[in-house]
Design a protein around this ligand. Sequence first.
Ligand SMILES: CC(C)(COP(=O)(O)OP(=O)(O)OC[C@H]1O[C@@H](n2cnc3c(N)ncnc32)[C@H](O)[C@@H]1OP(=O)(O)O)[C@@H](O)C(=O)NCCC(=O)NCCS
Length: 340
Amino acid sequence: MFSLDHNRISHVLRSRILGTGRALPARVVTNDDLAKRMDTSDDWIRERTGIEERRWVTGESCADLATAAARDALAAAGLQPSDIDAIVLATSTPDHFAPGVGVFVQRALEIPGIPALDIRTQCSGFVYALSVADAWIQVGLYRRILVIGAEVQSTGMDVSSRGRNTAVIFADGAGAVVLGVSDDPARGILGFDLHSDGTGAEKLWLDSPVRYHESMPIDRFDPAVNCLQMDGRDVFRNAVVRMPESVMAVLAKIGQPLEALDLLVPHQANLRISEMVQKTLKLRDAQVVNNIQRYGNTTAGTIPIALDEAVREGRVQAGDLVVLTAFGSGFLWGSCALRW
Ligand SMILES: CC(C)(COP(=O)(O)OP(=O)(O)OC[C@H]1O[C@@H](n2cnc3c(N)ncnc32)[C@H](O)[C@@H]1OP(=O)(O)O)[C@@H](O)C(=O)NCCC(=O)NCCS
C-alpha cells in the first residue's frame, strides 16, 4: 500500500497545530437522568462504559457548536477568522442532509469565499480531516485551516429502553484546531495511518436518519432504521485491536519507537476500550488522555475536545511526541503522529 513519507519529501511544508478549542453544550445529562427515561442504571453505564455524565444540546445546532469551538481555537492561536484560508469539518450528524455543516461555519465566521469541506468518516472523522488539511498545507494550497470535529447525536437517538445500548454512550460536543504552516521544521504533523473495512459497515450504522424524531408520527418511525444501530461487542473487539495496531503503524512510519511516545489521545469511544488500548501498548496513566467520564462519546468531536483539554491542562509540552488514534463506524480507523 502506498504511503507518503513526510521525512523523505524536502520541498513540502510541514503543518502544525497553532491553537485548540472546544464547545460543549451547557446541559449536563447524568446517568441517573437517563435511568428516568429508559431501563438502565448509573452502575451499568459506569461499569460498561466509564461514562458518568454527558452534554446534550438544548436547541444548539451542530454548526453552532462547531462555530463556537472554531472561535475558541482561533483565540488560542491569536488569530482572527479573516486569517483562515479553508475549513475542513468532520461530522456524522450534519444539521441538514445538504449542504454540510462547513458552509454554515464559514457563514457564521463571515469569511467570504473560502472553501469548506465536510468529512463523513464518523468517529475517525477528525483524524481524516486533519490528514486532508495537512496535505493542503504541505502542497502550499492553503496556509491556515480550521479543522473541526462536531456532533449533535442527542436529537437523533432513540432515548427509550429500545435504544439504551447507544443512547447512554453518544453525546454532543465540538472541538477544533487551527492548522498552519510550521515555522519550525522539527515541530508539527509527522505522519498518518488510515484504514477502512466496509465489511463492518452494518455493525455501527444509521440507515436512514430522522432528526427530532419525537415529532414524527409514531407509525412511521422505526428506530431500527431511523436511529443508530450498534453491535457493541463486535465494535469493542475490533477497536481494541485496530487502535493499538494503528498507533504502532504510525510510529513505524515516522521512525519512532513506542518508548518515544509522550501522549496518546484516543477517540473516546468507551473508557474500557481506552484502558485495553493502554494495556496493550503498556502505557502509563499519565500518557493517555481520558475525558469520556464527563462528555460521553461525541464521535468526531472527541479527539479535538480531549486534545484541547490536555493542552490547557499543561499535559502537552513543546517537543512532545503525540499520537491521536481513532476507530469507529465504517469501520474506519487511523492515527496521526505529531511533534508538539
Ligand atoms: C455497548 C456495550 C457497553 C455493551 O456491553 P456488553 O457487555 O457488550 O453488553 P451486551 O450488549 O452484550 O448486553 C448485555 C445486556 O445488557 C443490556 N443492556 C444494553 N444496554 C444497556 C443499558 N444501557 N443499561 C442496562 N442494560 C443494558 C442488554 O440488553 C443485555 O441484556 P440481556 O443479557 O438481558 O440481553 C459494549 O458492547 C461496548 O462498549 N461496545 C463498544 C461500544 C462503543 O465503543 N461504541 C462506540 C464506537 S465508536
